[in-house]
Every structure is written in structure tokens, then in C-alpha cells.
Write a new protein. Structure first.
Length: 339
């Protein structure tokens, strides 16, 4: 009886702590109009599931199931139904969080689609899931329920695939190969049709690229990480322009990782060393940055990949904090100003 009373007391205290009023986190600070707002974070299945009192009591006393918690998130993506997919390099699996239906599932646990080190994830219009596995050197495709469909990448095609993006209109799958220092372009059947770039520092060349985003018009935005820059190509892979450079000043990079675009065409870049996200216009001019190092809501610690959905929800893989931070772009166009 004493055990139950103590457990109930612990659960009550925990519930009171989480019921405290939260303060809105926005960027930039007043008097400038807000452009970015912090929404919430996801770190385990408890953040999406409706839990029974008994289960909450049990987890308060003996702890949570480690398998249902994020270990080391590298990439994140949200599908058309709002389900959040997390490529967890520590667990070697992709975790799926469905807030709308209060469901949690794990993709790539066994069978032909077993995963080892997923570092990239995206979906198509049918919510089929495309995952890069940097240890198995392949792209694994699952249906929306996480059932294996096929794999792409015959022997020798990939050496370390990381970032991935689709252009269904062109029937193209773009895979950033970090060790080959290029972007491998496949058709939807998985056949190689083109290679963009090679190792180097000239325009259109890469040095350990990591991630990629595709604009509404098919423009490609590639994170050229060890050249400390973003390179932009047209839909056919022709170099257009670049911006960035190594340094600690505004608009410079130290350890750039994730890249994404909002509905107004702004370019977002995650920097793991600066522990922030910088926002640029289409010409590479810095408009705003948000985030700082820490473990409090809205803060990040060694962030990596990111994604922005059609509703301008911003998902950032917060590696050291073992969570996904979700923000929202509130709009603003060219009126965004540098902090």
C-alpha cells in the first residue's frame, strides 16, 4: 500500500510540473514582428500516444521503454498525413510518430528492409518512405505502413548515402553520397541516370556534401558541408550559384548540416557548431537566425537534419538532446530582418 501511495505522489508531482503555463518562444524578439515560433518537441512515443493511468504509473516507477525513445536523430521528415519520421542512427532504425492518430511504430527492424544506419528519409505523394542506409549503401523503400517494397543501389552505386530528396514530376530520386562527393540521381525504379558534381572546391564541386532539398520549381539546394557553403543547381543539375563560407560571422558556417525551404522560398541551414538555424533569401543574404545551445524548450545541442512541411512547420533533429524540435514559420516575406 505504501508503494502505491508513493508512486501516486510521484505521478501527481510530475503532472503538476508539466501543467505549468508555458511561455511562447518567438524570433525575433519584440518590437519586431515574430517570424518563427517554437511549438513543441518529440522525444518518445509518450509524446504522441494516449497513455492509460496504469501505464503512466508503471513508467514513473520503473522507467520508460528505451526502444520507444529517440537515441540519436540525424534526419527528420513529415509526410502528407503529418506523421513525423526520424532517422535514428543510434538505434539503426526509423521511428514514426503519428500525433493525429496517437500511434508510434518502428521501421526497418527485420526482413529484407532491415536497417543499419539510416541517415536520410523522405516520402512521395503516396506516403511511400525512402530511407538511405549509410552502412548498407542502399536506399530502402517502404509503403506508408512501413512494409518493405524494394531497395535501390546496386553494388558500387553508393559509398555513403546520406541526404535524399524526390522530384516526382521528373521521376527522380536525388541521393547525396558523402564519400563519393557527389549527388547520385536515380529514376523511380532505382537506375542511375546522372551524377552531379565531383570532389573539389570549384563551382559545382563538393567536399563531403551531406544533405539536399528540392524547391517547388525543381531547383536543387545541396549542403556542401566541408566547403562550408550551399550550392544551388537547376532541375537538370546545372550549377546556378552558391553562398556561405567558413567563419564565425553572420551568414558564415562552421559545421553546416540540414537544409530546407519554406513556402516563401527562404533557405534554412542548420549549423551544428553554432547550435542555430540561419535563414537566407534566394540570393544567399542572411535574414534571420534562431536557436541557441541548451536543453530548454526551443534550444538545440548539436542539431543535424531538418525538414519544413507544406504548412511551414519546421522540424529540427536535436541530436544531443535526443529529440525533434518543432517550430513554425509565421510568414513575413522580404520583411524579415537580420537580428
Amino acid at each position: 500500500m505504501k508503494f502505491i501511495v508513493v508512486a501516486l505522489a510521484i505521478l501527481f508531482i510530475a503532472g503538476c510540473a508539466t501543467s505549468q503555463k508555458e511561455v511562447d518562444l518567438i524570433w525575433p524578439l519584440p518590437p519586431d514582428p515574430p517570424r518563427i515560433k517554437y511549438l513543441y518537441a518529440i522525444s518518445s512515443q509518450d509524446d504522441v500516444r494516449e497513455e492509460s493511468f496504469t501505464k503512466k504509473l508503471k513508467e514513473t516507477v520503473i522507467g520508460k521503454d528505451v526502444a520507444t525513445q529517440i537515441g540519436k536523430p540525424y534526419a527528420v521528415h513529415a509526410d502528407k498525413d503529418g506523421r513525423i519520421l526520424v532517422a535514428d542512427s543510434a538505434q539503426g532504425k526509423v521511428l514514426m510518430f503519428d500525433k493525429k492518430n496517437h500511434k508510434f511504430s518502428i521501421i526497418g527492424e527485420d526482413g529484407q528492409g532491415v536497417l543499419s544506419k539510416p541517415l536520410g528519409v523522405t516520402t512521395d505523394s503516396a506516403n511511400n518512405i525512402y530511407i538511405t542506409d549509410s552502412l548498407q549503401n542502399r536506399v530502402v523503400v517502404f509503403d506508408k505502413e512501413g512494409k518493405f517494397i524494394k531497395a535501390m543501389g546496386k553494388e558500387g552505386v553508393f559509398e555513403q548515402p546520406v541526404g535524399i530528396a524526390l522530384n516526382e514530376g521528373l521521376g527522380r530520386v536525388y541521393v547525396v553520397d558523402t564519400k563519393k562527393h557527389d549527388v547520385r540521381v536515380l529514376n523511380m525504379d532505382g537506375d542511375m541516370v546522372q551524377t552531379i558534381g565531383q570532389r573539389g572546391t570549384a563551382d559545382g564541386e563538393f567536399n563531403f556534401p551531406t544533405n539536399i532539398a528540392v524547391g517547388k520549381d525543381g531547383t536543387l539546394y545541396v549542403m556542401d558541408s566541408f566547403n562550408f557553403r550551399v550550392q544551388i543547381f537547376d532541375k537538370d543539375g546545372n550549377f546556378l550559384r552558391k553562398f556561405g563560407g567558413v567563419g564565425t560571422g553572420l551568414g558564415m558556417f562552421s559545421k553546416p548540416k540540414g537544409i530546407a525551404l519554406d513556402s516563401e522560398g527562404h533557405i534554412y541551414v542548420v549549423d551544428a557548431a553554432f547550435n542555430n538555424i540561419q535563414i537566407f533569401d534566394g540570393e544567399g543574404r542572411l535574414l534571420l537566425f534562431f536557436g541557441e545551445m541548451g536543453s530548454k524548450p526551443g534550444q538545440v545541442w548539436l542539431p543535424a537534419g531538418m525538414y519544413i512541411d507544406e504548412k511551414d512547420n519546421i522540424y529540427v533533429a536535436d541530436q544531443y538532446n535526443r529529440r525533434i524540435n518543432v517550430y513554425k514559420f509565421l510568414g513575413g516575406g522580404d520583411t524579415i530582418q537580420t537580428q
